[in-house]
Ligand binder design. Structure first.
Ligand code: SAM
Length: 253
């Protein structure tokens, strides 16, 4: 983790504003996300944007000015919804969009410190630009590809936030040892049996020598990061020992 920490007694509320909020329902009832809600650390409320439509057809989209393909989510229902949900005026409004800043572990942890998030999920061509100018604090992308709607992106964000809230993870699944927690990818993992179809678990992991195991794990995480995500290593100050490990593995000159 990046070092930021949330006061354990604080609760977080997330309001999701979407055209198809039911997409999130099964995931919110499962695993760590369920646990963290049951523990009263997180409340997630799902809202259908159509509830704030004012015409008899409950329309929330309209044609783009200037012509062209696709529909745009109208500003009125979104402004009405955000005003209604942001009763305490403390909400941090996030718009999920492929044009946003990329979601990273650091950003998820920083958003996990907020007390109230409103996640705005687009559909069609997206939302009227005035929503972005007036209401949105953070525009966030889950990757360089285009989804049909923001619901799945919102779920990705909620999952990343939910698992770093205090009490979400037990020791055995601690977020502190996952990928990105030390700016490195996670080390390899093995479980029983020690030998499977001719493939052995590395000897050191069976040795019981905790220092050696930690050293091995660190070296493997370093090598794995150099192999798969050299961009991450470039941001780090490597020690002489780190460079020696990478040299021995033939990963640097
Ligand atoms: N016209 C938009 C553009 O090119 O930037 C794409 C609209 S997309 C079809 C519909 C909605 O899906 C977006 O408003 C956004 O909420 C969501 N979405 C699509 N891709 C996303 C991504 N990579 N990250 C986060 N949200 C995404």
């Amino acid at each position: 983790m990046s070092g930021v920490a949330r006061e354990p007694e604080l609760k977080m509320k997330i309001d999701v504003l979407a055209l198809f909020p039911e997409i999130l329902t099964p995931a919110l009832k499962t695993g760590i996300l369920k646990r963290v809600q049951d523990a009263d650390k997180l409340t997630v409320n799902l809202h259908n944007l159509r509830d704030w439509a004012t015409d008899k057809h409950k329309s929330v989209d309209d044609y783009p000015y200037g012509g062209g393909a696709g529909m745009i989510l109208k500003p009125e229902p979104i402004f009405a919804a955000v005003t209604a949900l942001n009763t305490e005026r403390t909400a941090h409004v996030v718009y999920l969009t492929p044009q946003g800043v990329p979601l990273t572990q650091t950003l998820a942890e920083s958003l996990s410190l907020e007390s109230h998030l409103i996640l705005l999920c687009g559909r069609y061509k997206g939302v009227d630009e005035r929503v972005r100018h007036q209401l949105v604090a953070t525009e966030l992308s889950i990757g360089d590809y285009v989804l049909s709607g923001g619901e799945i992106a919102a779920l990705v964000l909620i999952d990343a936030i939910g698992r770093v809230l205090p009490g979400a993870l037990g020791d055995y699944e601690s977020a502190h040892v996952d990928s990105f927690s030390h700016d490195l990818l996670d080390h390899p993992h093995y479980t029983r049996p020690a030998e499977f179809e001719g493939m052995d678990v590395p000897e050191v992991l069976l040795s019981g020598r905790h220092e050696d195991i930690e050293e091995w794990r660190y070296a493997e995480a370093l090598k794995r990061t150099a192999m798969y995500r050299p961009d991450l290593l470039q941001k780090l100050e490597l020690s002489e020992e780190d460079i020696a490990i990478l040299k021995t593995a033939g990963l640097v000159d």
